[in-house]
Design a binder for this molecule. Structure first.
Ligand code: 4AD
Ligand code: MG
Length: 473
């Protein structure tokens, strides 16, 4: 069954050529002589209109099929492509034949109303892609993936597939999902090994990998090994965090883009991050114009202008110390009082981007205590060469740094953070043999999509969200 997508039919010449339309019915409307059907196949935002005319005759078979049509039914229809007399659409199909491929009984099909709440739609994640909003998100998500590969491919980066299952904790934060084939129920029933130990001690040598393993929180460490061989790399894949964050910006499973570059310092890193974000926003504005027009009209008025402004502006760059000074001046505005050494809270990030600088801000040189072990220590011995990109409405969208390339310093940092040096033997080898200055960062893909679409909840920009107590599909 070779079909033509509605997006291609819509841009064809309305010269009376015969076309066959495949898709799902959005609406059906009747006047005395005419029957109008809006059909959508998700290939683009717009639906195509089929018009059946009693005056020119509708055969009895098609008439019977037309009776079965309700919102959500799938159909195949044939007719001629003509210029549309109606406003808002260039072409329509003067249809003569119709076949219902799959009915959608009106008494049970859940997508009846024009507007459903996002909460309700989350409960029917298997049907929500058929709505305007989720169709648009699906297309933008796909376009952005393509844009990401294009950006790096054009700049000499190699795409590296870092592992999903890992035995090292990249962020050193311990928020990892364990991967095991051990029978947990059977283990729970085992008597404690010692009188005073309440739970049985797990023998991981009997587990699948012979030691504890988890789902990765980041592909960075493995990406670094390839940057130390082929200079510029990136990973783009799913990452997993078992943090108990029930917010509109956190998922337990999210996608991350992580470039890693040999011979890049923190300034090169910031330049790349800024160029990358601007490239992606421009791509969305240009290649997803219809979907962006929808987000601008229905989801976040003004989003197109905001993104255009970001593309043509220079990102503000400040140090953490400067950021804290700015926040301390306004200390009374915060629930969590800012002080040098504190982790920036989302209220602080929002204040900096929305009230002080009114645009994206790159914050650098954070205190070593609140950042990961792999970040390069500055000469002051107190701060590390970290860089977070913060944006209005969201807060952190990118986290990255120049990496510690000095073996001694890195070993100290690992030990300081109570991590086991032995677990990082291969990562330390990269500093033992041919170590070079290098940098990288991670862009949260769903945070990027929130930023571009103006959607409010991160659970709505990934097809099947995973969060605490949420993995229904
Ligand atoms: O700042 P993070 O934790 O950095 C890293 O994982 C580094 N290893 C990246 C690197 O340097 N290669 O996470 C990076 C980004 C954040 O800025 C945020 O956009 C996103 O990942 N992120 C999340 N997105 C959704 N849900 C979560 N739970 C997220 N945690 C982080
Ligand atoms: Mg971070």
């Amino acid at each position: 069954m070779k079909t033509t997508l509605i997006k291609d039919i819509l841009i064809s010449n309305p010269d009376g050529r015969e076309v066959t339309v495949y898709g799902w019915v959005r609406t059906k409307r009747e006047t005395k002589n005419l029957i109008f059907i809006q059909v959508n196949d998700g290939s683009c935002f717009a639906s195509i209109q089929l018009t059946f005319d009693h005056d020119t005759g509708i055969d009895s078979e098609t008439l019977a099929q037309l009776k079965q049509i309700t919102t959500g039914a799938s159909i195949q229809a044939t007719g001629t492509l003509i210029e549309s007399p109606a406003s808002g659409q260039a072409v329509e199909v003067r249809a003569t034949k119709l076949l219902v491929l799959g009915e959608a009984p009106a008494d049970t099909y859940p997508l009846q109303k024009k507007h459903h709440s996002f909460e309700f739609l989350r409960e029917i994640a298997h049907l929500r892609p058929r709505t305007n909003t989720f169709g648009a998100i699906a297309r933008v998500r796909s376009q952005m993936s393509y844009a990401i590969h294009t950006f790096y491919n054009d700049r000499g980066f190699q795409y590296v597939h870092t592992p999903i299952i890992t035995t090292s904790d990249c962020e050193g934060a311990g928020e990892m999902f364990q991967v095991t084939t051990l029978d947990l129920e059977a283990l729970a029933k085992l008597p404690p090994k010692k009188e005073d130990s309440p739970t049985p001690v797990v023998d991981f040598s009997r587990d699948f990998f012979g030691k504890p393993a988890s789902l990765t929180v980041s592909g960075q460490l493995e990406a670094e090994t390839y940057a130390m061989a082929v200079s510029r790399v990136y990973t783009f894949g799913p990452t997993f965090r078992a943090e108990n964050s029930n917010t509109t910006r956190h998922l337990a499973e999210f996608w991350m883009i992580e470039p890693e570059m040999a011979f890049y310092d923190i300034t090169d890193n910031m330049d790349l991050a800024e160029e990358f974000i601007k490239f992606l926003l421009s791509w969305a504005l240009e290649k997803c114009a219809d979907d962006m027009a929808f987000f601008d009209a229905r989801i976040q008025p003004g989003i197109i202008d905001t993104l255009k402004k970001v593309v043509s502006s220079k990102f503000v760059r400040i140090t953490y110390t400067e950021a804290i000074k700015e926040l301390e001046k306004n200390a009374n505005k915060f629930e969590f009082k800012p002080f040098w050494g504190c982790d920036l809270q989302s209220e602080h990030e929002k204040f900096l981007t929305e009230k002080v600088y009114n645009g994206p801000v790159i914050v650098t040189d954070y205190p070593r205590e609140i950042k990961a072990f792999y970040m390069k220590l500055n000469e002051d011995g107190k701060t590390v060469r970290a860089m977070d990109v913060l944006v209005p409405g969201l807060g952190e969208i990118i986290g990255g740094s120049e990496r510690e390339e000095d073996l001694k310093h890195l070993e100290e940092r690992i030990t300081d953070m109570n991590l086991d040096l032995a677990d990082y033997w291969w990562y330390l080898d990269l500093r033992r043999y041919g170590s070079v200055p290098h940098s990288g960062f991670g862009l949260g893909f769903e945070r990027l999509l929130l930023y571009i679409t103006g959607m409010n909840n991160i659970r709505d920009v990934i097809p099947f969200p995973r969060a605490p107590k949420l993995a229904d599909f």
